[in-house]
Write a protein that binds this ligand. Structure first.
Ligand code: TYD
Ligand code: MG
Length: 453
């Protein structure tokens, strides 16, 4: 006889508790605790047998064979990049994104473009006809591509035994349902159990699995943050609905760099990879406008030139406004305070707006210098010298600090035809190769102001 048990789960962070509470003691969010019914049966899972066979005994590290990790290289170079060079065998990859951003399209396309690899696409959201229509739209073909539209995990595992796929996509985790758990699909306990079953399966059979998950409005992976630490890799698929650009970002990766970025464009027939993002992200106008500066940033291992735009206007309302898009608001406040105190600029009576063009969110501190340049340019209403770009972090006393991989940034700027790059003079010792671009070394923001205006 199955033993019935209920547990209270926080839908935000997945914390468990024995009783209901108004506020989650773990993540402090209000009204997020929900009761879920769990049925504990004597579990017998299909993949338990195989783990028993291999015997999960401890082993000496020196006895573990250090063969190269096997990776499936996809046709999609952006996807390979964010995964750290292809799909690692047996890895479980969570792909999170808002509904309608293009997650299903991306993976349908990636799977269809690998003609030699047997893939199983499990969809609990769309019918086979709908997926077929989408596949026709994308216009790719794979004779080894199988579709499955069931949501019960045990049926799925049985089907996997028959098809023997080399790659599995689950669209989406919120629709899956494990027979061992009583609560509804999409609840924390269901999501957690289904993911755990998938992970056990993936590790036992060395099959890579992509798990698609919807994100809630506030950006957490629909309630359960719990998934993030269970899986090997977490990818975020994001973008602005009003732009065609979509960004695939690594936020966790056990097999590679965790700050990689892939850029796509949503077109009429699927997603197109953008190989040279800097070229499209900079609006290369012939006339120079005030309030625009180009920052030489780095996303993961890839240099990316971005346009920072600033608008500084006289504040009409009592409290001056600071609005950002793609940049950290606190960081902007800090930079404005530095300009006010060290440079004597009166930003306190101005409204300030900062925007990173193309809907990209930047975390690289090297963008500081171009934000400062854009702010000063708008403040003075004078354009920054044509074909110049910036790479430097700004410290609290107005000093310009060195940034990492400066040579890569300079090389990218040079490649795109920039004539001048402003960097920190502390980067001098890491410069070895000769370039055509003029490198301006600075130690303080006042120096930059004097050179620019
Ligand atoms: P979809 O992959 O269904 O999003 P998700 O799985 O993340 O919910 O993408 C849906 C959107 O993409 C939809 O608004 C239509 C658009 N789209 C295109 O613009 N071109 C295409 O070729 C395809 C297949 C979809
Ligand atoms: Mg979808």
């Amino acid at each position: 006889m199955a033993k019935q048990k209920t547990i209270f789960f926080c839908q935000q962070c997945g914390a468990e508790s024995a009783k209901w509470q108004g506020k989650c003691p773990s993540c402090n969010s209000w009204n997020s605790i929900v009761e879920e019914l769990i049925v504990k049966e004597t579990k017998k899972e299909i993949w338990d047998e195989s783990t028993e066979k291999t015997g999960s005994k401890s082993k000496k590290l020196s006895d573990v064979s250090a063969t190269e990790i096997q990776r499936i290289i996809t046709q999609d170079t952006e996807l390979n990049r964010v995964l750290g060079g292809g799909i690692v065998a047996g890895s479980v990859i969570l792909v999170a994104g808002e509904p309608g951003i293009g997650k299903s399209t991306l993976f349908l396309q990636a799977c269809l473009q690998m003609p030699d690899i047997t893939t199983l696409y499990i969809s609990g959201e769309e019918s086979m006809q709908q997926i077929k229509m989408r596949a026709d739209r994308i216009n790719a073909r794979n004779e080894h591509f199988y579709l499955l539209t069931v949501t019960d995990t045990q049926t799925i595992f049985n089907e996997i035994k028959k098809v023997k796929p080399a790659l599995i996509v689950i669209d989406s985790i919120q629709t899956l349902e494990s027979p061992f758990i009583e609560s509804a699909p999409g609840s924390v306990s269901q999501i957690r159990e289904c993911t755990a079953e998938i992970i056990r399966f993936a590790k036992a059979t060395d099959t890579p699995v992509f798990i698609i998950g919807h994100i809630t409005k506030d950006g957490t992976i629909a309630g359960p943050k719990v998934l993030e630490h269970m899986v090997d890799t977490v990818l975020q698929f994001e973008g602005d609905r009003h732009y065609a650009y979509r960004i695939l970002r690594t936020t966790k990766n056990r097999f590679g760099n965790a700050s990689e970025l892939g850029i796509y464009e949503m077109s009429e027939n699927g997603l197109r990879q953008i190989v040279n993002p800097s070229e499209i992200l900079i609006t290369q106008k012939e006339e120079s406008l005030s309030g625009i500066a180009i920052g030489a940033t780095l996303e993961g291992a890839r240099p990316l030139l971005l346009e920072t735009q600033a608008l500084v206007t006289h504040a009409v309302y009592g409290t001056p406004q600071r609005t950002v898009s793609g940049f950290d608001l606190r960081r902007l406040q800090l930079l404005l305070a530095v300009l006010e105190k060290r440079g004597g600029f009166q930003f306190g009576v101005k409204d300030v707006f900062v925007n990173i063009a193309g809907g990209i969110r930047v975390e690289d501190p090297a963008i500081d210098l171009s934000v400062i340049a854009a702010l000063l340019s708008s403040y003075e209403d004078t354009a920054v010298a044509h074909k110049s770009c910036f790479a430097g972090e700004v410290g609290l006393s107005g000093e310009i600090r060195a940034v990492n991989r400066i040579e890569q940034r300079i090389a990218e700027a040079d490649k795109l035809g920039f004539e001048k790059i402003f960097v920190s003079k502390f980067n001098k010792k890491s410069l070895h190769t000769k370039t055509n671009i003029e490198i301006v070394m600075l130690s303080k923001i006042e120096e930059m102001y004097r050179i620019l205006f």
